[in-house]
Design a protein around this ligand. Structure first.
Ligand code: PLP
Length: 239
């Protein structure tokens, strides 16, 4: 084993142990939670090692970095998630390799994703990014829609050609009433997910929790956790 492979294996084992412990503490089955490894700033060679170590879901947040990385890793049995703020001029590229876009937060983006998915002949899973720090009707500092606009954008995704409504995603807010209260924030997201599922029963994904707060996410009921640092190490480039 190379040093890097051994390091990733060790980190993955620790994260796996944390997820298993959090599931046990919450009385949830381990298979209710899917680990997505966020590989941003790390090279395709790491993605390859992760795939060899059994990782099946990876995430990226910038198209200019993700597109060549996904192309280099096209032979691997991976599901690619796009989790960054997305400009409409990048949508065509993202629709070429992403299986899911977790950061859908406006009608214009829905339209662009639909056009690109249809053109590429692909079906794109879409999660609504919810900003728990946004004012009613507004958007969050790190992207996302205010909770009151979830139904409107969910309906747009559900009726768009080439798109499938997968569920909801959030990033724990740094400001507002949920700042520093990850568990409460993730519980609120799960509540929003329940509301969404009354009209869209297949939209079961709840993506929440990162390296520092995955236990809170699992306790609240998240189905997907997005972990970067705890698997790959501290990123040297700021994101
Ligand atoms: C970078 C990133 C993560 C992972 O964060 P870590 O703290 O490194 O685990 C999760 N979600 C999104 C949207 C990210 O951009």
């Amino acid at each position: 084993m190379t040093d890097r492979r051994a390091e990733l294996a060790e980190n993955l084992a620790q994260v796996e142990e944390r997820i298993a412990a959090a599931c046990a503490a919450a009385g949830r089955a381990r298979d209710e939670v899917t680990l997505i490894v966020v590989t941003k700033t790390y090279p395709a060679s790491d993605v390859r090692l992760l795939a060899e170590l059994g990782v099946r879901h990876v995430a990226e947040n910038k198209d200019q970095e993700a597109a060549p990385k996904a192309a280099e890793c096209a032979d691997l049995p991976l599901t690619w998630h796009f989790v960054g703020q997305l400009q409409t001029n990048k949508v065509r590229s993202v629709a070429g390799y992403a299986d899911l876009v977790q950061s859908v937060d406006r009608a214009k983006l829905v339209g662009a994703l639909s056009t690109a998915a249809a053109r590429a002949g692909r079906e794109l899973g879409c999660l609504l990014q919810v900003a728990l720090d946004a004012e009613a009707g507004g958007t969050g500092g790190r992207g996302g829609v205010a909770p009151d606009r979830v139904p409107e954008i969910a309906d747009a995704i559900a009726s768009a050609e080439g798109l499938r409504l997968g569920g909801v995603m959030t990033v724990a807010p740094l400001s507002g009433p949920y700042a520093g209260r990850q568990r409460a924030a993730f519980e609120r997201l799960v509540e929003i997910s329940s509301g969404l599922r009354t009209g869209h029963p297949a939209a079961t994904m709840v993506s929440a929790g990162m390296s520092s707060d995955l236990e809170d996410a699992v306790a609240a009921g998240a189905t997907h956790v997005r972990v970067g640092t705890a698997v790959l190490g501290v990123r040297t480039r700021l994101r």
